[in-house]
Design a protein around this ligand. Structure first.
Ligand SMILES: Cc1ncc(COP(=O)(O)O)c(C=O)c1O
Length: 458
């Protein structure tokens, strides 16, 4: 068997096991170390032996996150065409930095970007960058925002830096994801510039809160960060009201739409994010709800010049793509894999209708899991999914909150995998459904596993 055949056989074995393998991995760290040498060998191993050993080492530590019963954090699986394209990308080993280093990487990325904007119903002339994940999408889009708000104040941040720059204020939804903070740190803005905004319905920013915050420093360069889908309840801000308000005050509006932006791809759910297309920049993920393999985030920016100004550089040995877009003009990376291709594959495999159907199906499954589990004694519904995220609290007969113990017991059963969170000060179990392959049977198995876990603990 040649090395690639071994890899394919291992990949197929894993995929075929998803229905019956425990969703939570059961191996110890030692189980994972055992098949491999303890020290770097002086002499290399045969390639086939390396692949077999790594497969054996990984096996006890693999979760079933590519399957249909993994509802922790916010994780999708990988659609067949996206997975297969990802494998081809590794074989092709293209450097999708410039059109000249990989014409295929550059041209197909352009198509992926155009299809992405179309699917998400965002301005067709917006710029885009395919980056590692939503974390780096924030960094990329907020670098464009930093450029634009400082340029309006007469400051060239790429040349002059931040040390003596006018202070930027960042007015952000109080329920923002931690990746926003980290993006601000990486961009040298720090977290002290953050002003948390709330005041609306759960997880949402009110018009009054934004109005007051904008008025507090009307002349300061300002970035407003809103949510399309918060991590706990999938709350989406009222973009139609908030975007024009912020923009009239000269602010740049950035949207964290890691998963929730995909609601805009569904005619049934688009109302939840009405007006989101009015923002100035958006960050989202392919590896969450579009179900590409990992290493797929997208930064999208209305102001193409600001995006390019924040990222672009030239060097004597780099050749311009001319009529073909050079990915590097928009990305923070230099060398990079052709990571837009699996996204292109997912977009083509599903098409507009298929994307909408997948997003809606996940939301329906999230509601069905919530309804099934909250019918059990000891389970209290905290948030019935309006999108694909829900919250449930579990109580013992004594009234003690046993949410974490129930999560551990469900996960230990191997039947399903959930994660916890804290909402309004109490521990809860989160339900997050993003997988293209979650089925009604997966929902039923997961509800049954919760029933067994809860009965054993009450
Ligand atoms: C709302 C939100 N924003 C940002 C992120 C960060 O995304 P990534 O892990 O792709 O960098 C996440 C991850 O779960 C998220 O849920």
């Amino acid at each position: 068997m040649d090395t690639l055949d071994i890899a394919f056989a291992e990949a197929r074995r894993y995929l075929a096991s998803l229905d019956h393998r425990p969703v939570k991995s059961r191996g110890s760290a030692d189980d994972m170390r055992r098949p491999l040498p303890v020290r770097l060998p002086d002499q290399g191993m045969a390639a086939a032996d390396v692949v077999r050993a790594i497969a054996a080492a990984a096996e006890p530590g693999l979760t079933g996150s590519a399957g249909g019963r993994f509802f922790a954090w916010v994780k999708g699986g990988a659609l067949p065409a996206a997975l297969a394209t990802d494998i081809m990308c590794s074989a092709w080993d293209q450097n999708a930095v410039l059109a000249s280093t990989s014409p295929a990487g550059a041209v197909l990325e352009e198509l992926a970007g155009q299809f992405l904007l179309d699917a998400l119903r965002l301005p067709a002339d917006a710029s885009y960058a395919f980056v590692t994940g939503c974390q780096m999408a924030h960094v990329t889009a907020l670098a464009a925002a930093r450029h634009a708000v400082l340029a309006r104040a007469g400051w060239d941040v790429e040349r002059q830096g931040l040390a003596a720059a006018p202070a930027i204020r960042v007015l952000a939804n109080a329920h923002r994801h931690g990746s926003i903070e980290r993006a601000l740190r990486l961009l040298g803005l720090g977290t002290d510039c953050l002003v948390p905004l709330g005041g609306g319905e759960p997880g949402r920013v009110s018009v009054a809160a934004l109005t007051d915050a904008l008025a507090a420093a009307p002349d300061a360069p300002t970035i407003v960060i809103l949510n399309a889908g918060d991590l706990n309840i999938g709350a989406c801000d009222d973009f139609a009201a908030l975007c024009p308000l912020a923009q009239a005050a000269g602010a740049w509006v950035h949207v964290d739409g890691a998963f929730g932006l995909w609601a805009n791809a569904s005619p049934r759910l688009a109302g939840l994010v009405a007006g989101v297309d009015q923002a100035d920049s958006w960050a989202t993920d392919g590896h969450k709800w579009l179900n590409t393999p990992y290493d797929c985030g997208m930064a999208i920016t209305r102001d193409v010049a600001a995006h390019r100004a924040a990222m672009r550089l030239t060097a004597a040995y780099l050749t311009s793509g001319g009529a073909i877009r050079d990915p590097m003009d928009f990305t923070p990376e230099w060398s990079r894999r052709a990571r837009a291709l699996p996204a292109l594959a997912a977009l083509l495999e599903l098409g507009r209708d298929g994307i909408a159907a997948m997003i809606e199906r996940c939301c329906d499954h999230a509601a069905a899991i919530y309804d099934g589990i909250t019918a059990l004694p000891g389970a209290t519904g905290i948030w019935r999914p309006t999108l694909n995220q829900g919250l449930i609290r579990f109580d013992a007969a004594t009234g003690a909150n046993i949410s974490d113990a129930v999560i551990d017991a469900i996960n230990a059963s191997g039947e399903a995998f959930f994660s916890g969170g804290t909402w309004n000060g109490e521990r809860v179990m989160r339900i997050s459904v993003c997988g293209w392959n979650t089925s009604a049977d997966d929902v039923a198995r997961s509800v049954a596993a919760a029933g067994v876990a809860l009965a054993g603990l009450r």
